[in-house]
Design a protein around this ligand. Structure first.
Ligand SMILES: C[S@@+](CC[C@H](N)C(=O)[O-])C[C@H]1O[C@@H](n2cnc3c(N)ncnc32)[C@H](O)[C@@H]1O
Length: 387
């Protein structure tokens, strides 16, 4: 036995980030537990270069840190996952250097002896990351994936097969499954080229952005085409004058901020997202379409890193499905951070599905909220920060 402490049995407990005492959602699930139990029972060798891909809240990294010969490398697209991992390492008595935290955009390690994959929701992200890691994988690499049964599809297994080598799955246990893949030199050598990042041209009738091309790293929101909610906000984008500071909050590929920049050449733009891939996409899209104009690109949790009272207009299409937290909670946190970041008189513009009822939260936080436009599916809401 490797004597790996399983989440839930450990004291103190693992947490998500940001820590919310009212949050009853756990920081691990049966698939994390299944993988750790398997590594424990099979005495898997953890003495080489261990890479953990897609760890949601650091449950795998924090539990393994005491059992690997060298600090494990965690690779994730999520800023929140990195912060949670740091907290969970420290809650388990580890220093910050007990694991190496990399983003999906960082250069991956040159050699991988054990590759543990928490299967991401996005097949594209899995494809991109397996292709980026493939040069470091060798026939002796132990590759084990894990996920809930609902997250592992034939297409998931086909990716492992096409990029690394023969793949099979375990029996389901508490609705989780393991994926066992045996890297094969011939398969590794013949792997397909990485199709990411992808670029697409915006339709000729897209307001402010007709015919422009945007860059999309794997796994980001609306990576294949313009989202209809985003498009609706583009049609009603607020007009800014002079050196207004505009924040594209939860920017994805940065379409909203790019449109605001093109509409007002003097505007100062900041783009924020918790996805490393999204921020990299927004930066590439902006650079390709603005001829050397400067803007700020931040990976972070909502507007929390912006100076209070520093922003004039915030554009926001909040996340509506995410494993990171219940959607309402994320949107609510974003709205609260947006209010702090706005100067008195500053405006938050939100597009959302009609049924999500964001106006209730906005009215509670800002004391006001106006519906600027609506169609059968979406509403655009505006809340003004009062002085
Ligand atoms: C519905 S998408 C909108 C993307 C883009 N603005 C658009 O309209 O195409 C929501 C975005 O919020 C980001 N997001 C989720 N949680 C976040 C957080 N806590 N802080 C910052 N961004 C977050 C997601 O990564 C995603 O890119």
């Amino acid at each position: 036995m490797n004597h790996i402490a399983l989440p839930g049995g450990a004291d103190p407990d693992l947490v998500r980030f940001p820590v919310d005492p009212r949050d009853r959602l756990r920081a691990w699930d049966a698939s994390d537990e299944y993988l750790l139990r398997h590594l424990d029972e099979t005495e898997a060798p953890l003495d080489g270069s261990v890479v953990v891909l897609g760890d949601r809240w650091g449950a795998l990294t924090a539990s393994l840190a005491a059992h690997t010969a060298h600090p494990p490398t965690q690779i994730t697209d999520s800023y929140l996952a990195h912060r949670a991992t740091e907290l969970n390492l420290s809650r388990h008595g580890h220093t910050a250097d007990a694991a190496r935290l990399l983003s999906t955009r960082d250069l991956p390690p040159q050699r991988v002896d054990v590759l543990l994959v928490r299967v991401p929701k996005s097949l594209a992200l899995l494809e991109d990351q397996l292709l980026r890691l493939a040069p470091a994988v060798h026939p002796g690499t132990v590759v084990i994936g894990t996920g809930m049964v609902t997250e592992i599809h034939t297409s998931t297994l086909q990716l492992f097969e096409a990029i690394l080598g023969p793949t099979r799955t375990s029996l389901a246990r508490r609705k989780a499954r393991l994926i066992f893949c045996t890297p094969d030199q011939a398969v590794l050598a013949a792997r397909p080229a990485n199709p990411w990042p992808r670029r697409y041209q915006l339709p000729a009738d897209a307001p402010l952005l007709a015919g422009r091309t945007v860059t999309n790293h794997a796994g980001i929101f609306s990576a294949e085409r313009l989202d209809i909610g985003t498009r609706f906000l583009l049609e009603h984008l607020p007009v800014t004058q002079g050196a207004a500071h505009v924040l594209d909050l939860g920017c994805g590929n940065g379409i909203l901020g790019l449109a605001a920049a093109l509409a007002n050449p003097a505007a100062e733009l900041t783009f924020v997202d918790e996805s490393f891939g999204a921020v990299a996409s927004a930066e590439a899209s902006f650079q390709d379409n603005t001829e050397g104009r400067k803007a700020r690109f931040l990976v972070g949790d909502g507007a929390s890193d912006l100076a209070p009272g520093s922003v004039d207009v915030i554009l926001n299409n909040p996340p509506f499905h995410s494993y990171q937290a219940s959607t309402d909670a994320t949107a609510h946190r974003m709205f609260g951070g947006a209010r702090r970041a706005l100067r008195p008189g500053g405006e938050l513009w939100v597009v959302g599905n009609r049924h999500l009822g964001y106006h209730v939260q906005l009215r509670r936080l800002f004391g006001n909220c106006r519906t600027v436009a609506g169609n059968p599916k979406f509403v655009i809401l505006k809340a003004v920060k009062r002085g």
